[in-house]
Design a protein around this ligand. Structure first.
Ligand code: ADE
Length: 422
């Protein structure tokens, strides 16, 4: 296949529907809209080439447009082969004149061709969700390092990869870990992943959650969101963990906690969101109940050992409905949702715009911060300043019409001294 260098998307004719959906999402993104208004006047990203590798969704389109309005010259590729919304890609190319390299269902080779195409833009700033741009630049496109002022990273998995690079002394430009902002992980990871993951499982299967045993692997911000929403739908939720503190939290939050080897025998639906490999492995598949379903909501498709499952399965998997593949193991059916890729973006539309509003406000402000401050930053992983994080929370509350109290002078003084007691 030859890549179209101007863009590589499924079908330009999908643009109108994509534009309507981008505008629909925009209504739910007041904080990003306010930043866009300021960017329009101040042009803080003027002259900056930005290569973004993000899920190509309606919310991402609004971020891309904001960066563009801020003066940036933007290109976008997908951060996952299954997460692209083809109508959004078409609208970005047609209506916003932003080059996009992303097709839903692209294979691994095309996925990396698209990353390469986005890097041919010779970015000053990289914007990643999973660190694929940063790792590709450091491994195979080192000639680009010279021109890069810095990067931003959206997700937990990407931040873990970047911190590993920084620890090894391998990272060669500063990166802002957007995921570390409170207004990102406390909302996007918890409420966004919680709702969109259940949405993905339900859209893929149309199964009733109530009365079923849902096994959630992990109790980080994403998995606790999933566990909460599964319980809210009437699921009987089991949590598995390797971290004693998180396991204790899960227990005291009212969930059953047990090792996966035990949970594998009782679960009806398994959802992984740990960031680690082979969380569901062959010895788990072997003891699962007939008809058990497995899905992943972690960034990479490594949490379910699909290779192992394929090896023990009888015959080839059968696609029984979109995003649902049946494997037969020891005569029993097991179902894998969304090829083990992020189920919330593969089978649904990812997090709702209202929560991406804060995540992408962080991205836009992180890009601006990088442009202004890169000369003072070294090749390390940084968190956005707390004042910016708090301002995003303030703007979000304001947009929702919620007022809060402020400390009186007397109260502020009390908190700043140590003499006064009982
Ligand atoms: N990650 C999770 N949900 C998303 C969305 N709606 N857009 C972009 N990235 C996401």
């Amino acid at each position: 296949m030859t890549l179209n260098r101007e863009h590589d998307i499924k079908n330009l004719e999908l643009a109108t529907g994509g534009r309507y959906r981008i505008e629909w999402a925009e209504r739910e993104m007041p904080v990003l809209r306010a930043i866009r208004e300021r960017f329009k006047a101040e042009k803080p990203l003027a002259g900056m080439r930005v290569s973004a590798c993000l899920h190509v969704t309606t919310e991402t389109a609004n971020l891309m447009h904001t960066l563009q309005v801020g003066g940036a010259d933007v290109v976008l590729c997908a951060s996952n082969p299954l997460s692209t919304q083809d109508d959004v890609a078409a609208s970005l190319v047609t209506d916003y004149e932003i080059p996009v390299y992303a097709i839903k269902g692209e294979d691994n080779e095309i996925y990396y061709d698209h990353i390469k195409a986005a890097l041919d833009h010779q970015p000053h700033i990289t914007m990643d969700d999973g660190a694929d741009l940063v790792s590709t630049i450091h491994k195979t496109r080192r000639e680009l390092l010279e021109g890069i002022v810095g990067g931003t990273e959206e997700t937990t998995t990407g931040v873990i990869r970047l911190r590993a690079m920084a620890k090894d002394g391998a990272l060669e430009f500063p990166v802002i870990a957007v995921n570390d902002s409170n207004t990102k992980h406390l909302f996007d990871n918890r409420y966004g992943t919680g709702q969109s993951t259940l949405d993905g499982v339900i859209r893929a299967t149309n199964l009733l959650i109530a009365g079923r045993t849902i096994v959630v692997a992990g109790y980080g911000w994403c998995s606790r969101g999933i566990a909460d929403r599964a319980r809210g739908l009437g699921g009987n939720v089991v949590v598995t963990e390797v971290d004693p503190l998180r396991a204790l939290e899960a227990l005291m939050d009212g969930f059953r906690v047990m090792p996966m080897a035990e949970a594998a025998r009782v679960g009806d639906i398994f959802i992984t969101a740990t960031g680690d490999i082979n969380v569901l492995d062959v010895h788990h598949f072997e003891v699962m109940k007939p008809g058990a379903l497995v899905a992943n909501s972690g960034h990479f498709n490594v949490e379910i050992n699909l290779k192992g499952l394929t090896e023990i399965a009888e015959g080839a998997p059968k696609l029984v409905r979109p995003y649902v593949e049946e494997y037969r193991v020891g005569g029993k059916p097991l179902y894998v949702l969304g090829e083990g890729r992020l189920i919330n973006l593969a089978a649904a539309e990812g997090h709702p715009a209202s929560v991406m509003d804060m995540s992408f406000a962080n991205q836009a402000l992180a890009a601006e911060y990088m442009v202004k401050n890169h000369a003072d930053l070294s090749s390390n992983v940084y968190t956005i300043p707390l004042a910016i994080d708090n301002e995003i929370a303030r703007l979000k509350l304001e947009s929702m019409g919620i007022a809060i109290d402020t400390l009186t002078d007397e109260q502020a003084h009390y908190l700043s001294q140590w003499e006064e007691g009982t």
